[in-house]
Design a protein around this ligand. Structure first.
Ligand code: FAD
Length: 616
């Protein structure tokens, strides 16, 4: 393998695999398990130890209509997800996910995932925001939970199964770029080992991006520091556009001032949001499901309370969540981590007093566009637009898949329902795995030597940083990005704020081009990792801000004061303008252009759910 001093192309070692997966979180390890079980030689490259991937932080549950504790079926789940998405989700993908849900949860159970149990031995399920039975009639118990540590249980189960099947892990390696050949096919990745600074090529006919979210583009976030959108950056540098990046979910209950998440499972177990007068105000905004309304609606309602002077605390700038009536036993059994978080991050004993909360950035609904098999797909530019100015989708990027939070298979649309992300990871991780296995056994893979030109770009990036003598500190630039995003693309947006945000972000280009690495050492040089990460953060931030400024309506998490309209408005109820804006945004990094493609309206086996005003 090439040494740390010598990253000239001829010295970079190439490793061959049947498949390379970038990311050892829930989605990456569900896919790798499928491949390893089929006998494929699979490598998982991960920035952190697999069980420290961000999936470990998932608390509340994984959604599946098992119906263990109340009347439920996949049709209700399908309806809730379409409505939750504010009709921007693709209904074929949503049907696929909701139908597969019970199957993948039982698979996890059979792998040994330690779910909580009911008296009769079935999996415990709790209510969650926007989950209803009988098409919106009342809240339903659909979130399959392992206390408030569901992601932890999931990730450890998958890691153990992967070890059993011989998946090879490259731990604390950071993937830098995809390797694209002259025909536009992806042939693997180039990655850097953090411990030694060694660079290697992972050559493979199949590369899967499973790099998770990018919540660190915002200043206040529930996301881990590692969530910097690296897969997104790699995809756009390989010419792949991004879909629906304006849609970012704010979770209503981040600990005020700290950002750490208090799961929606709290409200699932009966917690109530209160304003300074002690009023359970969600009854006014969502009379049927109250505190269990979807996240966009709860976040906006909290913001409204604060704006109208009913916020809590000396500055009236937060809301409180009250769990005191749940009782110590329930809290310690169902929400033990929340109890710890209350103590450690807010100095609050949640069994005795309400805890201050504030909406905090949480989840990226958009991402790298894919089919339901996880194949990366781009619009068919050659075919031109239809009468409505929309491009059709149609060009598969050969050799490239994306799954998990970095992907946009379009099941979450404009707003994700809680527990549908863990579900998305395992459903589409498994689906991609199956598709890769089928394709692999039908193809001839002889790993031709790579033309070394394909490495020039990345080697140039490495050398530029290593030889830099002046420029900007990566963390300072990252802080500037975060400050801009927090101010200009927050819970409530205005057109003027977003337009200004675009200008401010584009003005940072020069700093991004001139990042200075002061510390040139090779051994565990985290400053170098951060320098690569900030470039990825910047791509995600630009995609978000430019897509947001281009969408002239309010839909789901994209709430713009300029486009507010009343619920009974004929043309755009609640600001959602289906006539002009029921379409997916596609952003290209090379010239920041935006184009649009249609929302898929043909579920696999059932009738299309027609749009209606979204009330709860
Ligand atoms: C606090 C919190 C609680 C949540 N609770 C729930 C819940 O209860 N239910 C639910 O459905 N969803 C929940 N979510 C959302 C859900 O947890 C995430 O969307 C999901 O876990 C993301 O999984 P992933 O596999 O896409 O990525 P991750 O688990 O984030 O894994 C990403 C992987 O990519 C690797 N990686 C990244 N960049 C690189 C690179 N350049 N090179 C190499 N490796 C790289 C990382 O090391 C990591 O292994 C929660 C989210 C948060 C923040």
């Amino acid at each position: 393998m090439a040494t740390r001093q010598d990253n000239t192309i001829s010295n970079i070692k190439t490793l061959n695999y049947d498949a390379v997966i970038v990311g050892g979180g829930g989605s990456g390890m569900r896919a790798s398990l499928q491949l390893a079980e089929s006998g494929m030689n699979v490598a998982v490259i991960t920035k952190v130890f697999p069980t420290r991937s961000h999936t470990v932080a998932a608390q509340g549950g994984i959604g599946a209509s098992l119906g263990n504790m109340s009347n439920d079926n996949w049709h209700f789940h399908f309806y809730d997800t379409v409505k939750g998405s504010d009709w921007l989700g693709d209904q074929d993908a949503i049907e696929y996910m909701c139908r597969e849900a019970p199957k993948v949860v039982y698979e996890l159970e059979h792998m040994g995932m330690p779910f909580d149990r009911n008296e009769d031995g079935t999996i415990y399920q709790r209510p969650f925001g926007g989950h209803t039975s009988n098409y919106g009639e009342k809240a339903v118990q659909r979130a399959c939970a392992a206390a408030d540590r569901t992601g932890h249980a999931l990730l450890h189960t998958l890691y153990q199964k992967n070890l059993e099947q011989g998946t090879q892990f490259f731990i604390e390696w950071i993937a830098l770029d995809l390797i694209k050949d002259e025909d536009g096919n992806i042939n693997g990745v180039i990655a850097l080992e953090q411990e030694t600074g060694t660079v290697a090529v992972f050559q493979s006919p199949v590369t899967v991006l499973a790099t998770g979210g990018a919540g660190r583009i915002f200043a206040a976030s529930t996301n881990a520091y590692i969530n910097t959108g690296d897969g997104i950056g790699m995809a756009v540098r390989a010419g792949v556009p991004l879909q629906d990046m304006e849609f970012w979910q704010f979770h209503p209950t981040g600990v005020a001032g700290a950002g750490v998440l208090l799961t929606e499972g709290c409200r699932g177990e009966g917690a109530i949001l209160r304003n300074k007068d002690g009023e359970a105000f969600m009854e006014r905004y969502a009379p049927t499901v109250k505190d269990l309304a979807p996240r966009d609606l709860v976040s906006r309602s909290m913001d409204q309370e604060i704006k109208e002077g009913r916020g809590c605390g000396p500055n009236g700038d937060y809301i409180v969540m009250d769990m005191t009536h749940l009782g110590v036993d329930t809290i310690m059994k169902r929400l033990p981590s929340v109890f710890e978080i209350g103590k450690n991050f807010a100095n609050v004993d949640i069994t005795k007093e309400p805890i201050p909360v504030i909406p905090t950035i949480h989840y990226m609904m958009g991402g790298i566009p894919t089919t339901i098999h996880g194949q990366v797909i781009t619009p068919n530019l050659e075919a031109g637009t239809d009468d409505e100015g929309l491009y059709s989708e149609g060009t598969i990027v050969k050799g490239l898949y994306a799954i998990g939070e970095c992907a946009c298979v379009s099941v979450h649309g404009a707003n994700r329902l809680g527990t549908n992300s863990l579900l998305d990871l395992v459903v589409f991780g498994r689906a991609a795995g199956k598709h890769i296995v089928d394709g692999f056994h039908h193809n001839d893979h002889n790993y031709k030597p790579l033309d070394t030109h394909v490495l020039d770009f990345t080697v140039g990036r490495l050398n530029k940083l290593q030889q830099s003598t002046e420029g900007y500190n990566a963390q300072d630039v990252a802080d500037e990005i975060r400050a801009i995003m927090q101010k200009h693309a927050s819970v409530f947006r205005t057109q003027a704020l977003m337009d200004e945000g675009v200008e401010k972000l584009l003005a940072l280009e020069e700093k991004i081009d001139h990042i200075h690495l002061a510390d040139k050492s090779q051994v565990f040089n985290t400053a170098r990792i951060e320098a690569f990460e900030v470039i990825n953060l910047y791509e995600v931030a630009k995609a978000t801000m430019i897509s947001a400024a281009s969408r002239h309506e309010s839909r789901g998490a994209h709430s713009v004061a300029d486009y507010d309209r009343p619920e009974d408005d004929d043309y755009a109820p609640n600001g959602r303008n289906d006539h002009d804006w029921m379409k997916h945004t596609i952003w290209y990094s090379d010239d920041n252009r935006i184009i649009y493609k249609p929302v898929r309206k043909t579920p696999l086996t059932v009738d299309y759910i027609e749009p209606k005003v979204r009330v709860y």
